[in-house]
Ligand binder design. Sequence first.
Ligand code: ZN
Length: 60
Amino acid sequence: MRAAARAGRSCIECGKPINATRSDMHYCGNECRQAAYRKRKRAGKQARGFKCEAVEHGYE
Ligand SMILES: [Zn+2]
């Protein structure tokens, strides 16, 4: 079985492996999360009805 594929998540921003226990982590750290958040905010200004993954966890 490829359990490693599940356990070894990688940051969707920089591609580094994430060493977090939380399953909803998409980033390796706050830096990447904020960087992606800024990008998203910038790019998706008019994409309001867009359903993204719960990236804004812990934000607001
Ligand atoms: Zn990262």
